[in-house]
Every structure is written in structure tokens, then in C-alpha cells.
Ligand binder design. Structure first.
Ligand SMILES: NC(=O)c1ccc[n+]([C@@H]2O[C@H](COP(=O)([O-])OP(=O)(O)OC[C@H]3O[C@@H](n4cnc5c(N)ncnc54)[C@H](OP(=O)(O)O)[C@@H]3O)[C@@H](O)[C@H]2O)c1
Length: 297
């Protein structure tokens, strides 16, 4: 009997990372998790993503912006999966520092170890938003990965249920601001469904995989559903796009990092984000789960 394959999961404590640990573990892989804080993975995450401490075989405690802490992180692994990225504003770090340079440090080691596959999670519709800092950082890494000589797969999801959970949190507070009219469409995906696509990408030719979930909604419909899930009448105030962009410019004068991350959220509302459909989890059930668990950020 051949030995189980070993996978490094970077970003294992995040929304997608936890589901990826769970999925690779179900498929019999030995899991090495790269985390900054092992305590975090002992409990479930804020959107119902699982506690994974007991599923991992090995933990590396490290921060990709501090190279010494991740030295040897790829030693002995067959596959690297990275859902590691900057998704919340940080006073000191930018997407470039984390998504590009941070993942780049893992890639260097993966090349040195000649891993058999590197699976990276970027974003969908990247070509429509090339100047947005988060997209630029992801895509610089993707270019490095493609040039690395390793076998690769790039996952391009449109939006996670956890992201839609932000609308739920705002709806729960009773009021929601929307940029534009909310008429653009998206088919967001649950982390568990996306993790199946990610693990399936461990084999086969080098490829990019755009991914969405089973149901298509307008952003307005998602917001209204969030209100209904918490038993409230929708109260949504629409902010014109020009005003949101003006506010971003002002924000950028005193907090560049915050403005850069928010620019993604604003820009994304200008397009439909309908990607090939995968999975079986429905957003309505996800919101119902958040409502009954009383979980919101
Ligand atoms: N959310 C979406 O709708 C969406 C859509 C398309 C693509 N994506 C991309 O998918 C990826 C995963 O998203 P997610 O929503 O699962 O994000 P998440 O929940 O914020 O998870 C991000 C992970 O990266 C880790 N991380 C961040 N900075 C780090 C550092 N300096 N050193 C080590 N680890 C670090 C975090 O660790 P801590 O737990 O310690 O913070 C966490 O494990 C991101 O790259 C994101 O851009 C997200």
C-alpha cells in the first residue's frame, strides 16, 4: 500500500482553508497546516466553518511576512494548497505584502522541494478589475506560479458565503447601505462546495478553474434574503457609485490600506459575477443557519 500524500494547507485557519483541511483529510491526505495562531482552529469559525485542530497531522506556526518563521514549511510535502490572503485591513500590511510576496515565499520553498502540484486560490473576473490592488497582488503571484516550472492549478471563485455573511450582519443591525442599485448578479459558493473543487484540482493538467455556486441572485436579492432570514423588513439605502468612489478617495488620504481593500468591494459591484456552477449548498439555508446560531460578525 502506498503512503498517504502530504499536503501543506496555507491559510488553514481561514474560511476556505478550514473546509480545505476537512476535504483533503476526508480524501486520506496527511495535512500540514500553516497557521499564525493554533488556538484559533480549535473552535468553529464565525460562519460555521469547522474546527480543524483534530484533523491536522502537523502544525507549522508561521507568518508569511516573517520568512524565518516559515523556513522549511514545504519540506516533505507532495502538494501545496494556498488560500492564504489578506482579506481585512491591516495597519501595516498590504495585499502585495501578503498575497504576492507572502505566497511567493511559500512558492520559493515549493520549487526547492519540487512539489508535485501547487494549487492557488485567486479571484474570478480578475481581467475586469486589473488595477485593484488585491487583484494585482493575486495576479502577480499567479504569474510567478505559472512561470515556476511546477505543476499548478488556479482556482477562481466569485464570492464565498462568508462574504455574503457580511450582508447578514448588517441586516441584523437593521439597516444596510448598498453601492449602486444592486442589480448585478452573483452565484456565491459555500466553503465546503468550493473545497471539493480545490481538492479535485490536485490532479490533471495545469488549469484555471472559475467557480460559483448553484444559485444566481442579484446583490439586492441577497440583501433582502439576509433581512428576511433575521425576521426584519428590508431597509436598504442606495448610495450612488460616484459617491462611494469619492468616499474611497477621501478614505485613501488617511488610510491607504483600508481604501485599497474597500476598492475591491466597490469595483466588484459594477459587474455580474456569474461563474460556472458547482455544489449543492444554498445561501438561503446558510443565512437561516446564521440566524438560528445567532452568529454574525
Ligand atoms: N471571501 C471571498 O468571497 C473570496 C472570493 C474570491 C477569492 N477569495 C480569496 O480566497 C482566499 C481565502 O479567502 P477567505 O475568505 O477564506 O479568507 P480568510 O478567512 O480571511 O482566510 C485567510 C487566511 O490567510 C491567513 N493569513 C493572512 N495573512 C497571513 C500571514 N501574514 N501569514 C500567515 N497566514 C496569513 C489567515 O490567517 P489568520 O487566521 O491568522 O488571520 C487565514 O488563515 C483569499 O486569498 C481571498 O482573497 C475570497
Amino acid at each position: 500500500m502506498s503512503a498517504a500524500k502530504r499536503v501543506l494547507i496555507a491559510g488553514a485557519s481561514g474560511y476556505l482553508g478550514r473546509y480545505a483541511v476537512s476535504e483533503f483529510s476526508k480524501r486520506g491526505y496527511r495535512i500540514r497546516a500553516l497557521v499564525r495562531n493554533p488556538e484559533k482552529i480549535k473552535t468553529a469559525g464565525p460562519h460555521g466553518e469547522p474546527a480543524i485542530y483534530d484533523l491536522v497531522d502537523e502544525i507549522v506556526i508561521g507568518d508569511v511576512t516573517d520568512p524565518a518563521t516559515i523556513e522549511g514549511v514545504c519540506n516533505g510535502v507532495d502538494i501545496v494548497f494556498s488560500a492564504l490572503g489578506l482579506t481585512a485591513p491591516d495597519p501595516k500590511l498590504t495585499s502585495y505584502d501578503v498575497d504576492h510576496l507572502g505566497n511567493g515565499r511559500i512558492l520559493e520553498q515549493a520549487i526547492g522541494q519540487k512539489v508535485s502540484r501547487f494549487i492557488y486560490v485567486s479571484v474570478f473576473n480578475q481581467d475586469k478589475m486589473p488595477e485593484i490592488p488585491t487583484i494585482k497582488a493575486h495576479e502577480r503571484f499567479v504569474a510567478d506560479l505559472k512561470a515556476s516550472g511546477l505543476s499548478w492549478a488556479v482556482i477562481r471563485p466569485n464570492g464565498y458565503f462568508s462574504d455574503m455573511g457580511r450582508f447578514f450582519s448588517m441586516a441584523r443591525s437593521g439597516h444596510l447601505f448598498m453601492v449602486g442599485e444592486g442589480e448585478k448578479k452573483i452565484n456565491p459558493i459555500h466553503g465546503a462546495d468550493l473545497a471539493v473543487v480545490c481538492a479535485d484540482a490536485a490532479d490533471g493538467e495545469c488549469r484555471e478553474i472559475p467557480v460559483g455556486g448553484p444559485d444566481i441572485y442579484t446583490f439586492r436579492a441577497v440583501m433582502e434574503m439576509a433581512f428576511h432570514a433575521c425576521g426584519k423588513s428590508p431597509w436598504i439605502t442606495s448610495m450612488p457609485m460616484w459617491l462611494a468612489e469619492g468616499s474611497l478617495m477621501v478614505t485613501g488620504l488617511f488610510n491607504r490600506n483600508l481604501a485599497d481593500l474597500l476598492s475591491f468591494a466597490v469595483e466588484a459591484l459594477k459587474f455580474d459575477h456569474v461563474a460556472p456552477a458547482y455544489g449543492s449548498h444554498h445561501l438561503k439555508d446558510f443565512f437561516a443557519g446564521l440566524a438560528s446560531a445567532g452568529k454574525h460578525d
